[in-house]
Design a protein around this ligand. Structure first.
Ligand code: NAP
Length: 677
């Protein structure tokens, strides 16, 4: 079969192939898999389409609209992932590697779809944090809001995760409301292109939401402006070149970079060869060395173990490494496939040669046996386990990343030395500590968290379910300080914020309520046409309110409540003891009694649109309530969160006052209300 020509997708069209076609070789056979052509793309056209078509279309949607599209897209790709696996084998990836890349990318879409629905509003404005009081009487206040940046999200990815690398960035920027211009690394771009083709064919994306650059992006980067975001994954050298572009600097273009990382794994000093954590440690290291043939940004490059365990750890690692079948990635028995290209193999072996100044090769430099492949044509390599005898004097072992199945084993004297050595990577994406001792885990956090984007602890209690040292979870941040690039991605909705502008909003409570669609205290309230519990989710308006009471609290109520519930805390029943508390002048009503009486005042008993009371938030008691005090309760619609076609969540602000109009309790009540009826 002839290898196809792949081109860029710009301004709603696949560009015709130009004369600039470059062959992309299979990592396995060396035969061409595709010919890449930019199609003569223009940076101006890419940006104009994103700015004028994609951006407005996406910004017209709410977070929930965008989240629903992400979910449908994930389902669409999930049904078609087999075809992507077939292309993935040519990149050198095994079935398991393909699952990490392709299923991992689709899984990230699912997580963002779900988080978008659960954690972001069905709105175009995302409120950040609480209202800040900026005036004495409350007539002027402030809050922070996020809105989508009005530019393009240009996303440049490394070769190692052609699908996950694209989707993990796309999920966040799409949910934020920014159109994406995706530029994959050329050597695996045919797999990204196939995935983009599916995404476009799905018909789910608004026009202009996604464009693809095959090959170099021409003058695109020089044209980026204040509202655009450039997110990059790749080598430190490319990152430095891109982020020091004077045009980007002069326009303060937001640049996020994820780059090389000398990740470490530490075997805790509490673990001996007979502990379950010992086998776990060996398994994690071998998995990280062999998955994607070590071409993972999070792979373990440096292995730290107590000095006295160097030999047993080395023996256990060598036993497992030598049992790995390396070869044809499409063969299900293969545990490690090929590097992405012969160039990549040359680079990895060059770095191994440089590391030889400080290390000795324990495994990997002997004769190799690659199953079912031509070792000359494919980019196969054995895993290399190196040993550095003097890690504290070494420098290359902490600085040179061989982006392949290469790790260096090093001994440490005590745990604080191990943490210091782990930090010598100069900033990493992840460090793992295999320990069963929570005190050691805390020591590691205090000594090392500042140097690593993620700290992964694993032991006998979590090993059955732990997600693995090398797996960035969409819920958790991915990125690290210093050498790792100094940026963050993922981390749930935190990752969405990178594609948005945070703005301080100051004004009257009514203005803030109008902007955020969430009731701000001191905004005008109004009575609805009927009791709010008789009104459907759709009918209720923000600020609609009901005031009930007063109800006087008697000593008899307090005693009855104490008897009935069994809550006989001294402050309710013992006058002298209550007086001794600095907070009370005598016996006080139970807080829960107040809540119950409040409900008794505002609840409409007949069946109606309120389907369930599902909880309350932020309960605070501001003043004690004494026998003889009379309470009044005010219920106000604060926020409405649609859940599905049948019902939605209503958040009510509840304020309980005493007879002197002093606030005694406040909380947020949450009910599920039928949408209609
Ligand atoms: P790379 O050579 O730096 O390339 C990364 C991306 O930058 C590719 O898409 C590349 O496109 C593009 N690029 C290079 N020069 C460019 C230019 N002048 N203008 C626009 N784009 C340009 O890295 P790689 O070889 O693909 O990936 C391996 C490296 O990435 C390793 O060092 C690894 O540590 C790092 N990495 C880091 C992470 C992380 O999350 N921190 C993840 C994966 C990989 P072309 O293919 O067209 O050159």
């Amino acid at each position: 079969m002839n290898a196809p020509v792949i081109t860029s997708f710009v301004a709603g069209e696949w560009l015709p192939a130009g004369p600039d076609q470059q062959a992309i070789a299979s990592a396995v056979s060396g035969a061409p898999v595709a010919y890449a052509s930019t199609g003569g793309l223009s940076g101006e056209a890419l940006l104009a389409y994103a700015h004028q078509t994609g951006g407005p279309a996406l910004r017209a949607l709410t977070f929930h609209d965008r989240a629903k599209i992400l979910k449908k897209l994930a389902l669409y790709l999930n049904e078609r992932r087999e075809g992507l696996y077939q292309l993935g084998y040519a990149t050198g990836a095994t079935l398991n590697d393909n699952r990490i890349d392709i299923d991992g990318g689709i899984g990230t879409l699912f997580v963002y779809a779900s988080k978008g629905r659960r954690e972001l509003p069905d709105d175009q404005v995302w409120l950040d944090g609480p209202v800040e009081q900026l005036s004495k009487s409350g007539s002027f206040a402030g809050r922070h809001v996020y809105t989508p940046r009005q530019g393009a999200a240009v996303q440049i990815n490394a070769f190692n995760f052609p699908v996950w690398g694209m989707l993990e960035k796309f999920a966040a920027s799409f949910l934020a409301g920014m159109p994406a211009i995706v530029k994959p690394a050329q050597v695996t771009s045919y797999l990204t292109e196939a995935c983009v083709r599916l995404m476009l064919e799905s018909g789910l994306l608004p026009e202009g939401a996604l464009q693809l650059v095959i090959g170099r992006p021409g003058d695109l980067l020089d044209r980026l402006g204040a509202q655009d975001v450039l997110s990059f994954t790749g080598s430190a050298d490319t990152a430095l070149m891109l982020r020091s572009n004077p045009k980007l600097l002069s326009r303060s273009v937001r640049v996020l970079t994820e780059q090389d990382s000398l990740n470490a794994s530490v075997l805790g000093p509490d673990i001996g060869p007979d502990e379950p954590e010992f086998g776990l440690f060996v398994k994690e290291v071998v998995r990280e060395m062999s998955a994607k043939a070590g071409q993972k940004c999070t792979a373990i490059r440096r292995i730290f173990v107590p000095e006295k365990l160097i030999t047993p750890v080395a023996e256990a690692l060598i036993e497992k490494l030598s049992a790995l079948q390396i070869g044809d990635p499409a063969d299900k028995a293969t545990r490690m496939g090929a590097l992405v290209s012969l160039n990549q193999r040359r680079d990895v072996l060059d770095i191994v040669a440089r590391l030889a100044a400080e290390t000795r090769c324990l495994y990997g430099d002997g004769p190799a046996n690659f199953a079912g492949v031509d070792a000359e044509k494919g980019a196969f390599i054995q895993p290399h386990l190196l040993h550095c005898a003097d890690p504290s004097s070494a420098s290359l072992a902490h600085e040179l990343e061989a982006f392949g199945p290469v790790s260096t084993l090093m001994g440490y004297s005590d745990f604080s030395a191990a943490c210091q050595l782990a930090n010598r990577g100069g900033g990493s994406l992840v460090a793992s500590v295999i320990t069963h001792d929570p005190a050691l885990a805390r020591q590691a956090v205090l000594a090392s968290a500042a140097w690593h984007g993620r700290l992964y602890f694993n032991d006998r209690d979590s090993m059955a379910e732990a997600t693995g040292h090398g797996a960035p979870m969409p819920h958790m941040t991915h990125g690290g300080p210093g050498r790792a690039g100094g940026s963050e991605e993922l981390g749930g909705v935190r990752g969405v914020a990178h594609y948005m502008q945070r703005t301080s909003i100051q004004g009257s409570p009514a203005i803030l309520t109008g902007i955020g669609n969430v009731f701000v205290p001191n905004s005008p309230q109004h009575e609805g046409p009927a009791h709010p519990f008789t009104r459907s989710f759709n009918a209720l308006a923000i600020g609609e309110s009901l005031t009930c009471g007063p109800r006087t609290i008697t000593m008899q109520d307090i005693e009855h409540f104490a008897e009935f519930t069994g809550d006989k805390f001294y402050a309710h029943l013992d006058e002298e003891a209550a007086k001794a508390s600095p907070f009370f002048e005598g016996r006080v009503a139970h807080g829960y009694l107040l809540l119950s009486f409040a409900a008794g005042l505002f609840v409409e008993p007949a069946a109606g649109p309120v389907l369930a009371n599902i909880g309350l938030n932020d309960l605070q008691f501001h003043q004690p309530v004494y026998p003889g005090d009379a309470i009044t309760v005010q219920l106000t619609v604060k926020r409405k969160i649609p859940r599905n076609a049948d019902y939605g969540e209503v958040r009510w602000q509840v304020a309980i006052d005493n007879q002197d109009a002093q606030l005694v309790a406040t909380y947020e009540l949450i009910t599920m209300n039928a949408c209609d009826g």
